[in-house]
Ligand binder design. Structure first.
Ligand code: ATP
Length: 770
């Protein structure tokens, strides 16, 4: 079936077929089933941020209030309405409880494994370091350290490259996309969770500049997506519970709770978790959801606290609410005059963050274009691991910063220092990143020299930039906090040198520097302020942290986006931003929509439905009334049916027994759809005989009879707000006679972007097959 989908590009004047950009006929163009020409660019041909990928599908948050749905509600209303509503609510809370507890268990396992693995590594290498302090034999612990790290990070990389590539990175960009309504393939699967959790244990233990905090947010979300469905598609096991939650709408709410629980587990910050879900993720929010999400994150933090306090040998002391503990800052305040200095640090953090993002962006583009083969990805991880160990070793070796040994040092290395002393440089490089953050925040005045801090800051900044985007699970929080804490402490030492009385606490400057750097990189404000306040157990720092984070965000935003947004753009995701592109009211639905639209009749032949599904990749089809069909635009618009519904109908043979009969062969119920959710059978896997193709299906009981539609005069901002507020997937454009004239989907909207760079204004991105 050959259909030309035409959509004239407003801005470029190019003809876009089916909204897919075709610059040069023939070259690099392949033909999809749909008969829609798709430009498949070669690696050198495009910048990933300048196109949208057609591989992403959308979630459908609109409740399909079809005849089956209404009948089910009616039956419940007659029989047991109160107990039904009550049971549903109790189930929702129970699922949130499970999400919190399971996420906490995963966090505890991750923490304990890293503690054991990294502890064994550092103890073994420390043994060799202590024995050999002349110039030649010190190479033995160096090579031992390097070999162990290479082995550990290789495991992490193998899991990602051959296990589940979507487990790479922190997972926050992918979860942000999910909550925005974009289904990133495999992002909430059990396999992804296993690769992520095992991978992060090996990556952190392998000494790379990564944190385990971001991956916990992804882990919490996967747990939520799995638990809330009461079945595992991967293990083909259906527990026959929580069937009512098998819709995109319900699942998204639970995933918001899972993300919040992940933050709570990572930082011991349950309120920060709720705000994180609100600020970064959930595009659609309601009041009762806030309570349930808060409950999930509180449960998670409490459960983790209990588990870790047992592990640490102080049962029920409840002093470990999160994986990272910044230590107590109690009793130390700040002076009014210091606020100006904090703002200055915010500006510097914004600039440093923008630089970090710019370098990482260039590197990521390079990786997408040239380092995509499996072997190369693993080799790259090994090279960065060698670089990390070498630079750390060199800094320790060249440092002459010797300090008297105290209890707070995790793995004190004497090296070339005198008896009873340890190398301050080794205390930063030769320990887990969480411990190094604590050292920078709390080490007493004068215990780390600037000559140690300067190389540490530069090396860590560089390593963190190189490491984010490798094929390993990797969190961004800790590396950014470390680099920022180092330059913040350096600034504090400088102020202390100028006036020891006025600026006595260098640890506070380390905290502000850490916040500024992290804020400059990820550009979060309210949730990060609260996360840091909760992690430091100190509300006094609320104002400085907020000011610093806002300043860092404003300064960074002048140059580029936050790193999570950059990585979303790098993957060409059709994400809908918070608001429509400015100054775009002149763009109308008629300019945005695709036409002609592939439609189905209210009573349609099985053969035609099969043919349409086989030849197109579209997921939504307007249903029209064939009887008053007139003119070239087709009949009256009656409803909308989605591909997954059609697949269930065909699979269950919900059509007539004979071409001439009218009654369906089998009665379909809502549970038939719920049982298949979320992985519906592909049309290629459904067998339909030639005789069955002549039978017909009455689509009216299954279609959404009141989908949203607009006239072709509706403006782009108006359509955009409809999609954002209602979580739409398809919007039908109709004419004055309620006849279908066009179709608008998320990709049609996402391709309009406002670009402030090089005075380009409103830009229209091509949708390509990558
Ligand atoms: P999604 O991928 O968001 O889950 P979808 O697969 O139905 O939904 P898209 O992949 O976004 O739709 O659609 C790609 C292009 O095809 C868009 O330009 C859209 O307007 C167009 N399109 C979608 N459905 C139809 C249809 N039934 N008839 C004609 N064009 C359509």
């Amino acid at each position: 079936m050959e259909r030309a989908h035409e959509n004239t590009s407003l801005l470029s004047g190019r003809v876009v077929q089916g909204n897919h950009y075709t610059e040069e006929a023939g070259k690099g163009i392949r033909r999809r089933n749909a008969g829609v020409a798709v430009h498949r660019p070669s690696n050198e041909e495009f910048e990933p941020t300048e196109v949208l990928s057609d591989k992403y599908q959308s979630s459908d948050y609109d409740v399909i209030e079809n005849q089956l749905y209404c009948e089910e509600e009616q039956q419940l209303a007659q029989k047991k309405i109160h107990s039904y509503i009550w049971q549903l609510e109790v189930k929702r809370w129970f699922v949130m409880l499970l999400i919190g507890m399971i996420t906490a268990c995963i966090a505890a396992v991750v923490d304990i494994c890293i503690d054991k693995l990294a502890g064994s590594k550092y103890s073994l290498v420390a043994l060799y370091f202590e024995d050999r302090t002349d110039n030649m034999t010190i190479l033995i612990p160096f090579f031992l350290w390097m070999s162990i790290d290479i082995a550990l990070v290789s495991v992490a990389s193998l899991l990602v490259v051959y296990g589940e590539p979507v487990a790479a990175g922190s997972g926050i960009p992918q979860i942000k996309c999910y909550l925005n309504g974009v289904l990133v393939p495999h992002v909430v699967r059990v396999k992804t969770l296993v690769c992520k959790v095992v991978g992060i244990v090996f990556a952190v233990s392998g000494g790379l500049a990564v944190g385990k905090e971001g991956p916990m947010i992804h882990a919490g979300s996967v747990v939520a997506a799995g638990v809330s469905q009461g079945k595992s598609t991967s293990f083909k096991k259906d527990f026959k519970v929580f069937k009512n939650f098998r819709t995109d709408h319900e699942k998204r709410d639970f995933v918001s709770g899972g993300a919040a629980a992940g933050v709570a587990a990572a930082f011991g910050a349950p309120i920060g978790g709720v705000l994180f879900s609100l600020e970064e993720g959930a595009s659609f929010w309601n009041q009762s959801l806030t309570w349930r999400i808060f409950f999930a994150s509180m449960t998670c933090s409490f459960t983790l606290n209990v588990l870790l306090s047992y592990y640490n040998g102080n049962p029920w002391s409840l002093s470990s609410p999160g994986l990272i503990n910044f230590g107590e800052f109690t009793g130390i305040g700040y002076h009014g005059y210091e606020i100006l200095l904090f703002l200055l640090m915010g500006v510097f953090g914004g600039l440093a963050g923008a630089l970090f993002n710019a370098i990482n962006y260039k590197l990521s583009v390079f990786r997408i274009k040239y380092v995509y083969k499996s072997v190369l990805c693993i080799l790259e991880v090994i090279v960065i691991s060698i670089l990390t160990v070498s630079l750390s070793f060199l800094s320790i070796y060249l440092s002459n910063d010797c300090q008297p040994i105290t209890d707070s040092v995790q793995y004190p290395l004497q090296l070339f220092c005198g008896d009873g002393e340890y190398s301050a440089s080794a205390a930063l490089f030769f320990s887990t990143p969480e411990q190094s953050v604590k050292t920078l925040f709390h080490a007493h005045e004068g215990s780390i020299k600037p000559t140690t801090l300067i190389p540490f800051c530069l090396i860590y900044f560089m390593l963190a930039t190189l490491t984010y985007g490798l094929s390993i699970p990797s969190g961004l929080f800790i590396p950014s906090l470390l680099a920022g804490a180092a330059w913040g402490r350096l600034f504090g030492i400088f102020l202390h040198y100028l006036s020891p009385d006025l600026f006595s606490d260098t640890g506070l400057y380390a905290l502000i520097g850490a916040a500024a750097q992290l804020g400059g990189v990820i550009r979060m404000t309210i949730s990060l302020t609260v996360i840091l306040m909760e992690a430091t157990h100190n509300i006094t720092y609320g104002l400085p942290l907020m000011l610093v984070l806002i300043t860092a965000k404003w300064c960074g935003d002048i140059f580029n986006h936050g790193l999570y947004d950059i990585h979303i753009e790098l993957h060409s995701v059709p994400l809908l931003k918070w608001g429509p592109p400015p100054l775009s009211s002149h763009v109308k639905a008629g300019d945005v929509m695709s036409r002609p639209v592939i439609t189905l009749n209210t009573i349609e032949s099985v053969g035609k439905i099969t043919e349409i599904l086989q030849q197109n990749e579209h997921n939504g089809f307007p249903v029209i009334d064939p009887y008053d069909q007139s003119g070239m635009h087709g009949g009256t618009f009656r409803g909308l049916i989605i591909r997954s519904q059609l697949s269930v109908l065909l699979k269950n043979k919900a059509f007539t027994s004979w071409p001439t009969s009218t009654a369906p062969r089998r009665r379909i119920e809502l549970d038939d759809f719920r049982n298949e959710y979320p992985r519906f059978t592909e049309i290629e896997d459904i067998s339909i005989t030639d005789r069955e193709k002549e039978c017909s299906i009455d689509l009216r009981p299954f279609m959404n009879p009141s989908p949203y539609s607009v006239s072709k005069e509706a403006s782009l901002p108006r359509i955009f707000r409809l999609f954002r507020a209602l979580g739409l997937r398809h919007l039908v454009v109709t004419d004055g006679h309620n006849r279908v004239i066009g179709m608008v989907t998320r990709k049609d909207l996402a391709r309009f972007r406002y670009s402030s760079h090089r005075e380009r204004g409103l830009q229209e991105l091509p949708v390509v097959s990558i």
